[in-house]
Design a binder for this molecule. Structure first.
Ligand code: G3I
Length: 352
C-alpha cells in the first residue's frame, strides 16, 4: 500500500489479482493518509515472507506488545528495549515511522507498578517511564497512544471511567497527568486517547461513545494536551453498524477540535457461510467503516492490527477460523484489501 500517489493507483488498478502478482514495493508518497499495521518482533524475524509484505505495503508500524509497560519496564528502573529495538531497526531500515502504543494501559502492567502506585508518586512514575520510552526512538515516533482504554461504563461510575488500578490507586487525575507529561517529553508529537467499542450501533456502543465524549470534553475543557481520538476499530461483521450513527459520533469528536486515527482495524466474523462469503461480508464492513471515518473526520492514519490472518491476535483469542485481516493465511490479498485500498483512494481523491 504505502500510500500510493493517484497515478500509481491507476497503474496498479484495484483488483486483488494485480496485487497478487507480487508487484514491486509501491513508492512512498506524500499522501494524506498513512497506512500501517501492528507487528511483533518475533514474527518479523521468523516469517520473512510476512516481513516482506509488511515492508511492501506499510509506511507505519505499531509494536503489538514490545512497547507496553510489562515489556519495557518489567522491574522498577530496569528497562528492556530489545523487542522494541528490533521493530525500530526494521522500521528505520525500510523508511517507516512508528506509532507509540501504549504509554499507559491497565493491562500489561507489571505487578510492581500497581503495588507501588499512589497519588503522590503517580507523576514521578509516569515521568520516569515516559522519558525512557518516548526518547528511545524519538526520531521514528511522532504519534503516541498516551492513554489506552480508560473508560468502562459497565463499571458503574457516573463519569464512565474504568475502575482500573490507575484510577483506584492514583485517582482521576492520572489521565491528565499522563497527557501533560507526554507533551512535556515529546513536544510537537500527536497525543492520542485510544479506545475500543465506539464504532458499532447499539446500547453498549452508545454508552461507550458517551463516556469517551464525556472524558474528552473534560480533558479539552481543562486544557489537557490531547490531540486525537484513536478508534481501535476491532469490528464485528453482522453486528449493528450504521454510517449515520458513527458519523454523528465523529462530528461530536471533531467539534472538540480532535483528529481521529484508525489504530487497530480488523473485522471478526462474517458468516456462517463459505470463506468467500465471509470474506465478502468482512470487506463490506471494512469499506463502510473506512468511508464513514474518512469522510467525517480529520483522519490521516489507518492501521490494521496485523496484515495477514496468519498472525492475527484473533486466531489466538477466537480460533483458527477467524479471517479478520486484509491478507489471507497464504499472504494473498482478500476482498478486504481491495475495500481498504478503494476507501483510501476515494478519500485521497476527495482531498485533491
Ligand atoms: O509474555 C510473553 C513475553 O514473556 C515474551 O517476551 C513476548 C515475546 O514476544 O511474548 C509475550 O507474549 C504475549 C505477547 O502478546 C506477545 O505475543 C503476551 O503474553 C500477551 O499478553 C500479548 O498479547 C497482546 C495483548 O494486546 C496484550 O498486550 C496481543 O498480542 C495484542 O494483539 C493485544 O493488542 C491489544 C492492544 O494492545 C490494545 N487494544 C486491544 C488489542 C487486542 O487485545
Amino acid at each position: 500500500m504505502r500510500s500510493l500517489p493517484l497515478r500509481r493507483r491507476e497503474l496498479l488498478g484495484m483488483t486483488a489479482g494485480t496485487l497478487a502478482a507480487g508487484l514491486p514495493r509501491t513508492l512512498p508518497a506524500g499522501a494524506e493518509i498513512r497506512f500501517g499495521t501492528a507487528v511483533s518482533a518475533d514474527v518479523l524475524a521468523r516469517d520473512p515472507a510476512y516481513a516482506e509484505l509488511v515492508r511492501r505495503e506499510c509506511v507505519l508500524l505499531v509494536p503489538e506488545w514490545e512497547m507496553k509497560w510489562a515489556a519495557v519496564q518489567p522491574e522498577p528502573g530496569r528497562f528492556d528495549f530489545r523487542g522494541l529495538d528490533r521493530i525500530a531497526a526494521f522500521a528505520r531500515g525500510n523508511g517507516m515511522a512508528l506509532r507509540g502504543h501504549a504509554l499507559l494501559w491497565h493491562r500489561e502492567a507489571p505487578a510492581w507498578l500497581a503495588d507501588r502506585l499512589t497519588p503522590a508518586n503517580c507523576e514521578s512514575l509516569l515521568r520516569a517511564h515516559f522519558t525512557e520510552v518516548m526518547e528511545r526512538h524519538a526520531g521514528l515516533t511522532d504519534s503516541w497512544d498516551v492513554v489506552n482504554e480508560a473508560v468502562e461504563p459497565e463499571d458503574g461510575r457516573a463519569d464512565g471511567l474504568r475502575r482500573s488500578f490507575w484510577l483506584e490507586r492514583a485517582g482521576e487525575g492520572y489521565i491528565e497527568t499522563a497527557f501533560r507529561i507526554a507533551a512535556e517529553r515529546a513536544p510537537g508529537a500527536e497525543l492520542v486517547y485510544n479506545e475500543y467499542g465506539c464504532e458499532h450501533d447499539g446500547d453498549w456502543s452508545r454508552r461507550r461513545r458517551a463516556a469517551v465524549l464525556r472524558l474528552l470534553e473534560r480533558l479539552k475543557g481543562d486544557g489537557v494536551p490531547v490531540h486525537a481520538l484513536g478508534l481501535q476499530a476491532h469490528l464485528q461483521a453482522g453486528a449493528p453498524f450504521s454510517s449515520a450513527g458513527l458519523a454523528a459520533f465523529l462530528r461530536e469528536v471533531r467539534a472538540l477540535g480532535l483528529r481521529v486515527l484508525v489504530t487497530e482495524l480488523d473485522v471478526r466474523g462474517g458468516g456462517p457461510g463459505s470463506p468467500a462469503e465471509r470474506d465478502a461480508e468482512v470487506a463490506s464492513l471494512y469499506r463502510a467503516f473506512l468511508d464513514t471515518v474518512l469522510e467525517q473526520a480529520s483522519c490521516d492514519t489507518v492501521v490494521t492490527w496485523g496484515l495477514s490472518d496468519r498472525h492475527s491476535w484473533l486466531r489466538r483469542e477466537a480460533g483458527p477460523e477467524e479471517r479478520p485481516l486484509p491478507f489471507d493465511e497464504e499472504l494473498r490479498p482478500k476482498p478486504a484489501w481491495t475495500a481498504l485500498r478503494e476507501a483510501l483512494a476515494a478519500a485521497e481523491g476527495r482531498h485533491r
